[in-house]
Design a protein around this ligand. Structure first.
Ligand code: ADP
Ligand code: MG
Length: 697
């Protein structure tokens, strides 16, 4: 696949299926291209001599084009695409629908389309795409009703309809774009290709997107990490709820990954995630026009007490903080402001404030090193001219080079001033929380820019030993493994208690005698998933009770399920539960992001509180450590109420080692260490469960 530069900057576009027939898509695309495209447009259609005044060729081979837009009926897309490939045209937008999204015939047609694209190495957008646009050359290769205005954001969307709605709105709001792409079914080019391209495009300052799914999660993360070093990416990912995911899947045939995977994956990728379309554009416009702040302290300058309090609340809900001014700033405020004002943040310059007082106060606040950004918050008064205030706000923003948001409250009286602000890249909002939210995105992006992504550690492990254990599922005809596979942990250096699996009371006793103190005994059977639920775990067994306990456990298992496959009984050293905390370290393979690691506290915490956190593997040490820090019950690990802190380093290393194990073996579909007992002296994995896909071994 070549670069996408040519896709957005072709010289000659062939419209395969062009027609003058009113109401047809072929007509709409041709009209749109004729409206402003700098290059040539060549209609391709054997039924016509000319289309809309352009002479029409029979096949694409005669068009001498460097890009093709395909709008023919679904049944003839495949031959048309083949001719396109034969003609050496590598950039193709397939607008025709009726592919993977319809299932059945459509799905097999999509497979054929992919094969042809691979054969001819095509940069193919779609199928089922609205088209693509670029304001750099006036190209509107879509059937949408509007063309975008020029700007420095590039926009991709998995929904074409959403693009038409956004452009309609954006044109009203004077929001412009560099490129726009409707991804359609993403049969060939997907979101990763576009962010990769726009990341290198000097005219794209912010990438925004509406996605219903991400095709290759890990690839997306790795690409986005590079791109977001200098180009912010803001995404709305719909289908956050199960019902939403279901709807998305029938819309574009997206296989939904889990919301936890998206949340973790997009965060690890350095993507800013917006919850709503409004949040998307609030963040994007701020990022497209203003510098990132040096710190997260914000100054609020206001002529109104009530909205000032609202802004304080909004700051409290964000990653920003109310700045504490330097003494010199406070002194100047005291001199300049009326005594009934407030010199502390939010700075209340009182209801009779005119433009001059506003401007001075903003100037003073922005000059303070403790202030990273500011918000001008005003209510209309008889002494205040909004347009002049807008001009002063712009002037101060430029003078100090710090980000400023505006919240000029009101209705029609605001319109003219909002235009002035908008022109200068300062969005104006009625609601202080939106202004704060937009500034917060800038701050969040600064954090992303400063991230350093470490390579995951590569521990010295015994892969061969692990493989042998995993291969046992093949002979067992069952893809689940339990404590009989504890050797996997030994092979990957994750601590386990001493012990062994035995199949007679005598051997049980012999193993127990080798172990100091009482032991734990557990039934071992792939048919018994939750051992303690059937009384299959005996904790604190003295040596002379071991033989009897063996019989008891076997009897209980037989009573539970007479034909259960019993592999024996595990005799295990006791972990110190009094001094320790039961944690859980697990992995689930997500269809989009691959191995998704989970960490949380074990027992009731995991089930009742759902106090867990997720990362896409492989993880670095920092990512593993964050997991241990961000669960709600993290203080318990750090040692609450006089307890000693657990060995958090041991947990971190266990997460990293499990990460390596599941990355090394794609055959491992699920893995749970539950519990991993973490005491002040170390960690012990006392129970495991995993599912293996033998096909992948
Ligand atoms: P299952 O999850 O199948 O019921 P486990 O092996 O996790 O079986 O045992 C259940 C519980 O028994 C654990 O959560 C833990 O509280 C306790 N337990 C199991 N093994 C040990 C051990 N070696 N030392 C101390 N407690 C243990
Ligand atoms: Mg368990």
């Amino acid at each position: 696949m070549g670069t996408l530069t040519e896709l957005f900057a072709p010289d000659r576009i062939a419209v395969v299926g062009a027609t003058a027939r009113e109401g047809s898509i072929g007509r709409a695309v041709t009209d749109n291209l004729l409206s402003a495209f700098d290059g040539e447009v060549v209609p391709v259609n054997p039924n016509y001599e000319e289309v809309l005044g352009l002479s029409c060729v029979d096949e694409i081979g005669e068009a001498a084009a460097d890009m093709a837009v395909i709008v023919v009926p679904p049944k003839i897309v495949i031959p048309a695409l083949e001719q396109t490939g034969e003609a050496g045209v590598e950039n193709v937008v397939v607008i025709t629908a009726g592919f993977g999204e319809t299932g059945g015939d459509g799905a097999s047609r999509e497979r054929e389309l992919k094969e042809i694209a691979a054969e001819y190495d095509l940069n193919l957008v779609g199928p089922n795409s609205l088209g693509i646009m670029s304001t750099a050359n006036g190209m509107n290769a879509s059937f949408g009703p509007d063309s975008p205005e020029a700007g420095n954001m590039s926009f991709m969307s998995q929904s074409g309809a959403f693009i038409t709605a956004v452009l309609d709105w954006a044109n009203d709001e004077d929001v412009g774009f560099k490129d726009v792409a409707s991804l359609g079914n993403k049969a060939v080019l997907d979101e990763t290709d576009f962010i990769d391209h726009w990341g290198d495009d000097p005219d794209t300052d912010v990438i925004i997107g509406y996605l219903e799914g991400i095709s290759q999660g890990r690839e997306f993360i790795d690409t986005a990490r590079e791109v977001t070093q200098d180009t912010p990416i803001v995404l709305v990912k719909s289908g956050r709820t199960d019902a939403g995911a279901q709807a998305a899947s029938s819309h574009t045939g997206t296989i939904a990954g889990s919301e936890q995977a998206y949340e973790a994956g997009l965060d690890q990728a350095g993507v800013l995630r917006a919850e709503s379309v409004q949040g998307l554009f609030d963040a994007a416009q701020m990022l497209a026009n203003q510098p990132v702040p040096e710190n997260n302290d914000i100054a609020v300058i206001t002529n109104a007490g009530g909205p000032g309090v609202m802004s304080t609340d909004a700051v409290g809900d964000s990653g920003l903080e109310m700045a504490s001014f330097e003494q010199a700033t406070l002194d100047t405020f005291s001199e300049q402001l009326p005594p009934e004002g407030n010199i502390y943040n939010p700075v209340d310059i009182v209801g009779d404030a005119d433009v001059e007082r506003f401007s001075e106060a903003l100037d003073i606040a922005l000059a303070d090193d403790n202030v990273g950004s500011a918000m001008v918050l005003s209510c209309p008064t008889a002494v205040l001219d909004y347009e002049q205030l807008a001009e002063e706000t712009v002037k101060m923003r430029e003078k100090h080079g710090k980000p400023v948001a505006a919240c000029f409250m009101g209705g029609e009286s605001v319109d003219a001033s909002a235009g002035i602000l908008n022109e200068a890249g300062i969005p104006n909002y009625f609601d202080p929380s939106r202004a704060i939210g937009a500034l917060d995105s800038l701050w969040e992006y600064r954090g992303i820019q400063q991230r350093e992504y470490e390579t995951p550690a590569d521990f010295d492990v015994d892969q061969e030993a692990a493989r042998e254990i995993l291969e046992r599922v093949e002979e067992r005809g069952d893809n689940r493994l339990g404590v009989e596979a504890m050797g996997l942990l030994d092979a990957y250096g994750i601590p386990t208690p001493d012990g062994d699996i035995v199949d007679s009371p005598e051997d049980a006793r012999a193993v127990a005698e080798e172990i100091d103190g009482d032991v734990v005994m557990k039934i071992v059977s792939p048919d018994i998933l939750h051992k303690s639920d059937i009384g299959g775990v005996a904790v604190g067994v003295a040596d002379d009770e071991v033989a009897d306990t063996y019989e008891t456990l076997i009897t209980r298992a037989r009573n539970y399920q007479p034909d259960a496959n019993l592999l024996g009984v595990q005799v295990q050293e006791m972990a110190d539960l009094d001094a320790g905390t039961e944690t859980i370290v697990g992995m689930n393979r997500d269809p989009q992001f691959g191995p998704l690691l989970m960490f949380g506290l074990g027992g009731i915490f995991v089930e009742v509180l759902e106090d867990t956190t997720f990362r896409v593997a492989p993880v670095s040490e920092t990512e593993a450590r964050e997991m241990t820090e961000e669960i709600k019950t993290a203080p318990l690990l750090r040692g609450a109420r006089g307890r000693d802190a657990a060995d958090i380093d041991g947990i971190v290393e266990t997460i990293q080692r499990l990460s390596q194990l599941v990355a090394d073996f794609p055959a491992i579909m699920e893995f749970d260490i539950n519990p991993l007992v973490a005491t002040p002296d170390g960690v012990d994995a006392v129970d495991i469960r995993l599912t293996v896909d033998p096909e992948n071994l």
